[in-house]
Design a protein around this ligand. Sequence first.
Ligand SMILES: C[S@@+](CC[C@H](N)C(=O)[O-])C[C@H]1O[C@@H](n2cnc3c(N)ncnc32)[C@H](O)[C@@H]1O
Length: 273
Amino acid sequence: MDDYLALNRASWDERAPAHAASPSYDVERFVTDPSFLSKVVRFDQPRLGAVAGLRGVHLQCHIGTDTISLARLGARMTGLDLSPASLTEARRLADRARAAVDFVESDVYSALNVLEPASFDLVYTGVGALCWLPDVARWASIVAGLLRPAGRLFVREGHPMLWAVDETHTDRLIIDYPYFERDEPSVFDDGGTYVETDATFSNNVTHEWNHGLGQIITALLDEGMELSGLAEHDSVPWEAIPGQMTRDDRGEWRLADRPWRLAASYTLQARRR
Ligand SMILES: C[S@@+](CC[C@H](N)C(=O)[O-])C[C@H]1O[C@@H](n2cnc3c(N)ncnc32)[C@H](O)[C@@H]1O
């Protein structure tokens, strides 16, 4: 079962340097402009509200652009990720951008072994995070275990409806992958990535899982969390279905034709009692 971790880690390790070098992640802007925030966090800001002074952890932080953005908004941030190469890029960027952020290497499911339980005011995650985890109930128990009482979870994530779409079709929406969580992973062998890059890759096999919206919410409720917000959006911050989406001036991608057909992402907020 742990093979999925080795496969997924190898894929992310190889892609991290290409992502850091890609204009899509705007890494140089963080260095040249001390007030610059990632487009993901800019999108989140109206729902996220004030985070200054909060102790926050960003699960699956990748190269740290959103983690550093939250630190720039005044949160005391820790980023956690499985991929050492992603964390190398994250630490380098934090250093160059003069952001005080801790980065920790761990599988999400082992987070309570490397971070202090019940010590965080904010758990932040998403944008291509939950799909790497086989069991959403286990994820919810980690989230609840990290939060102090009254601490909050903020997730903006690709909608399970989007993950069910076969993105290789360029002329229509074809539902070809699971919507609901299943024991078996969806196995992909994809030599590309989701950012603009000329890099080529050789570690291309990944194992991924979808989780239905009801399953995600139920998993959190079962951990004693209280749902405090749920918004579905017609857009995502990457070109999720190439050839069928257009980008707006905020960097959000939505279906060019009748975008109201697809819930592309969601923002979920919950609070530990
Ligand atoms: C698409 S990135 C999402 C991060 C962020 N939204 C971004 O775009 O920068 C997915 C990240 O999840 C990490 N990841 C995958 N499986 C993981 C696991 N089991 N535990 C911790 N991190 C994991 C990968 O290493 C990768 O950095």
